[in-house]
Design a protein around this ligand. Structure first.
Ligand SMILES: [Zn+2]
Length: 328
């Protein structure tokens, strides 16, 4: 039976896990990302994590069909390179795919971490029903990560830069985004920027139940604190939350206009705000869209949590195997 090994490379942890061809997780581990030894040290750590995960699944690495790696980027997927990764010291033009293949002796496939997580939700999570073939995932964290799945495959585009829905412009000449553009959805509706917009309003002296927290330490004003205060009826927090949900709903409409997905999946810590968040996004989705032939895309929470990264990386390896794309 084929086995796939997924590695989720993060700035803090390396997660690795083994699945079978039906997305059942047989074993998983998490180890700290080596902080010394530069890129080579990190890749040694990844190979060691792969070996450990395989062992835990009762396998030799040689019995693993293929390895998938989800990495922060930007990446050059054609050459299997990490161009640079701000959270991984020493990662500049690193041939990650070939180096992991060399260290493990297994065919290795590289994918952008947000694409991999989206593909994981498609394969094994919120979109695992075989009737789902078209799915977009948005992860609301420090930024707004995204993965676009069309007809069962990750969309990469001409220069492997497609699927960056977090950098769709929703407010012309709006807030400056970390990417250099103005008005990206990420500049408003990431968890970090939702909190930041609330802090900016508090700095201006607006009254709010968040004020006490803010006076103590402004970093206590997280997106969770904003949504909690909004639920409790705080006017400032409700306005900030509403703007986040409105722009996310608008983003969903734009995604439907281009991609017509069956499902838009939201992931990241902010989804813990539950129905309040999802009802708000669905309300905005309805408000901003056609009233005839309204899109039918389901707007749903992700199902895999923090496991989406390594399961998605394994899914990428599975997909490459299915398509006969594995190179030894
Ligand atoms: Zn941007």
């Amino acid at each position: 039976m084929p086995h796939y090994l997924g590695i989720d490379l993060g700035g803090t942890n390396i997660k690795a896990g083994v699945t079978d061809e039906r997305a059942n997780v047989l074993a998983q581990i998490s180890v700290p990302t080596p902080t010394s030894g530069g890129a080579a040290g990190v890749m040694d750590g990844m190979a060691a994590a792969a070996r450990l995960a395989a062992e835990k699944a009762g396998l030799q690495l040689a019995q693993v069909t293929a390895i998938g790696v989800g990495s922060p980027g930007p990446l050059d997927l054609v050459r299997g390179m990490v161009r640079h990764a701000p959270n991984l010291p020493g990662f500049r033009d690193v041939p990650l795919r070939d180096e992991i293949a060399r260290r493990t002796g297994r065919p290795t496939v590289l994918e952008n971490d947000a694409n991999a997580a989206g593909f994981g939700e498609f394969w094994a999570g919120a979109g695992k029903d075989p009737s789902i073939r078209h799915l977009v995932m948005l992860t609301l964290g420090t930024g707004v990560g995204s993965g676009v799945i069309v007809d069962g495959h990750v969309v990469h585009g001409a220069s492997t830069m497609a699927g960056e829905a977090g950098h769709m412009i929703v407010v012309p000449n709006g807030r400056l985004c970390g990417c250099g553009q103005r008005g990206c959805i990420e500049a408003y509706a990431s968890a970090t920027n939702t909190a930041r917009r609330a802090v900016e309003a508090l700095v201006l002296g607006e009254a709010s139940s968040l004020k006490k927290m803010f006076d103590q330490d402004k970093d206590l004003v997280t997106s969770k604190a904003v949504f909690d205060a909004a639920k409790a009826g705080d006017a400032l927090a409700a306005r900030i939350a509403e703007e986040t949900m409105d722009l996310l709903g608008l983003t969903c409409v734009n995604l439907c206009r281009v991609l017509d997905p069956q499902m838009i999946v939201f992931a990241g810590g902010m989804i813990l705000s539950g129905d309040y968040l999802f009802d708000g996004i669905r309300r905005a989705f309805k408000k901003h869209t056609w009233n005839v032939d309204a899109p039918q895309a389901a707007i749903v929470p992700a199902a895999l949590g923090n496991d989406a990264g390594f399961i998605g990386a394994a899914a990428v390896a599975w997909d490459a195997d299915q398509r006969g794309l594995l190179k030894a």
